[in-house]
Design a protein around this ligand. Sequence first.
Ligand code: SAH
Ligand code: SF4
Length: 340
Amino acid sequence: MKINLKGMDQEELRKFVESLGEPKYRADQLFLGIYRDGYSSFEEFSNLSGQLKSKLNECAEIRSLKLNKHLVSKDGTQKMTFSLGEDREIESVWIPSGDEERKTICISSQVGCTLSCAFCATGTLEFKGNLKAWEIVDQVISVERITGEKCTNIVFMGMGEPFHNYNQVIKAAHLFHHPSTWNLGAKRITISTSGVIPSILRFIEENQPFNFALSLNDPRKDRRHEIMNIDKRFPLDELLGTVRHFTKTLKRKITFEYIMIPDVNMDKNTAATLVKLARSVNCKINLIPLNTEFNGWRPPTEKEIDQFKSLLKPAGVPIMNRKSPGKDISGACGMLALKG
Ligand code: SAH
Ligand code: SF4
């Protein structure tokens, strides 16, 4: 089998060219060609001789994901479905935002998810494994090739739990961050987790620079498990201890993501619990309306969202209200498994 060079970091590419008896600078040429220029074959490199190209072709390749479906939403959001073979599919979403110059790509980290949160469509899919770094990185390369545009932000908020695939996710994030590739600032790369404590501890210990978001979704320690199974494994008390360790050690605010579900987590008492929690942690809150009818629940109305927001005001922390784009193509968060 040929060695796939996509997904390799500079060090690994250096070892590879060394094994071919080629000089070190060849590794840098490959690194730039693969990640900065998005080449998917050696033929595309104008700086490699024909002889070297055939040598490379004999033993190596630059693999790409196979595009299965491409849907374009009325609001400009685009969803791509990629096939990984063996009946495994993942999805990535292109999210341009009209008012700012922000162009976000939402990428998957796993095929399905083992956690089955009660509000999330991905959780209803059969879990079919972790993505390799190249499969993560190539989502961005492929989406940029298809749209003909470069992204300004990347979020690990597609299918899967990134912190159940820590090594490959962090490797991919560093490839996006590298000054000679996408050169995306670490704050433009967001990793979202439902609360896998051992991986959060590792993230802190390694002082990873990337933007970090925690899907809190319910501030009540005796209730959170009802919508998030992971709370049974890593209970809220322990999770919040880890969050405080995060804010103190890294001296950074934590972003709590909060999915708003009427009759579940938007009442006065729950809001009061959230206010109390937010006052005790250096945080900001990112409110996300449930984006579709799901599991017997409905999305909140604008009025309910405004009411909930005003209940949270006393917390005195920044509160953002995320719109869910791409609804008509099931491109919005949590809908990636539903048919577009
Ligand atoms: N597994 C990770 C990252 C992927 S989910 C996590 O849970 O954080 C990314 C985000 O999508 C999470 O904040 C989750 O709360 C949100 N989400 C899931 N299902 C949703 C739905 N039906 N409507 C709106 N947001 C949803
Ligand atoms: Fe998995 Fe995140 Fe969906 Fe929960 S919200 S099922 S952790 S992808």
